[in-house]
Design a protein around this ligand. Structure first.
Ligand code: NAD
Ligand code: DAU
Length: 351
């Protein structure tokens, strides 16, 4: 019997990571998937209930910054490929505690790169370090233009600076040590299992609870939204078909001003909750802006489209609809993740 290919997915208990783990565990029975996650506030094994007993899946609790531990699991499991998603991922938290972002996003990535390098000692054939990154590394756009793979890095928040730094280290290890890698930079994801600190799930939760909807600044900031399942499909494609040392931008071809998106969300929620039209919109409250707030992100995803044949499969209306339904039908999940630490975070961030 052929040995299963050993694949490490970091951050697999988080939002995007759990979709990637599920897709790989369900579709690739010839892979042994190891999900490494230290279960921060954002990690939740409930997200993976449906695959937790799959024979080709194993959860490992651990911290990517713990060098001895990471080296030991590389020695034990000889990971042939890494899909690296573990990160501190929320911009507002990075403004309050930047060092935590350097530790996980920069040092953690370095620890993984070193472990991968010393595990394979240059015998890199058929090996891959796949680094998941963000469009925020490119900084901000004005009213026009799109981020391409050749746009210069110009990060503005501690989060995006830490992600940019980790991208640079991955490329540097490719150049210096011949480490095989690929990087993708994706736009804003939404979908089920997203922690309600990010715009869409936070506002869904607040609408359910008839709490105010804190729109930063004038609400005229623009993001490009992608349904998380489509991101996971893109990751699968890049993992199998992406070329060594390449970068691919992933986006939804789907730009929304925050305020327009929030109004659409309010409208859909009023219908689903059987509330009077316009009642959720009354919850909108303009609050103090995010410091260093990037005006606009928009991805040119034509490279991955033309070279690998990927494109979003879900329209925004469909995706948003499914997302709202999931949160409405999974109140217990929402209640669990919004108890405890969440309450003190919320007070500090919004009071
Ligand atoms: P998330 O915050 O939902 O999940 C992050 C996961 O990483 C959690 O399960 C957490 O427990 C784990 N983790 C954090 N620190 C760790 C550590 N030191 N050791 C081990 N595990 C640790 O994040 P997400 O939104 O799913 O984002 C995943 C990746 O995708 C990140 O690298 C992020 O930068 C990138 N990304 C996110 C988006 C988005 O819109 N959410 C868009 C583009 C790129
Ligand atoms: O672009 C990709 C990035 O998208 C990812 O790399 C990040 O991990 C992810 O968090 C996301 O970053 P944003 O800062 O764009 O997402 P967030 O949901 O925090 O905010 C979306 C927009 O909504 C942004 O313009 C800020 C605004 N906002 C957000 C919150 C939480 C508000 O107006 N009010 C809020 O309470």
């Amino acid at each position: 019997m052929n040995k299963k290919k050993s694949i490490l997915i970091t951050g697999g208990a988080g939002f995007i990571g759990s979709h990637v783990v599920r897709l790989f565990a369900q579709n690739y029975l010839n892979y042994q998937i190891y999900n490494l996650d230290n279960l921060t506030y954002a990690g939740n094994l409930e997200n993976l209930k449906d695959v937790e007993n799959s024979p080709n899946y194993k959860f490992i609790k651990g911290d990517i910054t713990d060098e001895n531990f990471i080296n030991s699991i590389f020695n034990k499991y000889r990971f042939e490929a890494v899909i690296h998603l573990a990160a501190e991922s929320h911009v507002d938290r990075s403004i309050k505690d930047p060092l935590a972002f350097v530790k996980t996003n920069v040092i953690g990535t370095m620890v993984l790169l070193n472990a991968f390098k010393s595990c394979w000692q240059g015998a890199f054939e058929n090996k891959l370090f796949y680094h998941i990154s963000t469009d925020e590394v490119y900084g901000t756009l004005g009213q026009t233009g799109l981020f391409t793979e050749t746009t210069s890095y110009d990060p503005n928040s501690p989060y995006s600076a830490s992600k940019a730094s980790s991208d640079h280290f991955v490329r540097a290890y490719g150049e210096t040590y011949g480490l095989p890698y690929v990087i993708t930079n994706c736009s804003n994801n939404y979908g089920r299992h997203q922690f309600p600190e990010k715009l869409i799930p936070l506002f869904i939760n607040n609408i359910i609870n008839e709490k105010s909807l804190p729109v930063y600044g004038d609400g005229n900031y623009t993001r490009d939204w992608l349904y998380v399942n489509d991101h996971a499909i893109a990751i699968d494609l890049v993992f199998h078909k992406g070329l060594n040392a390449e970068t691919y931008n992933i986006g939804g071809f789907n730009e929304w001003k925050n305020i327009d998106l929030v109004k659409l969300l309010c409208k859909q929620m009023d219908i689903k909750l059987g509330r009077l039209e316009g009642s959720s919109e009354k919850l909108i409250t303009y609050v103090k802006d995010r410091p260093g707030h990037d005006l606009r992100y928009a991805i040119d995803a034509n490279k991955i489209k033309s070279e690998l044949g990927w494109q979003p499969s879900v329209t925004f209306e469909e995706g948003l609809n499914k997302t709202i339904d999931w949160y409405l039908n999974n109140k217990e999940w929402l209640d669990n993740v919004t108890s405890g630490e969440y309450q003190s975070y919320y007070t500090k961030q919004y009071s």
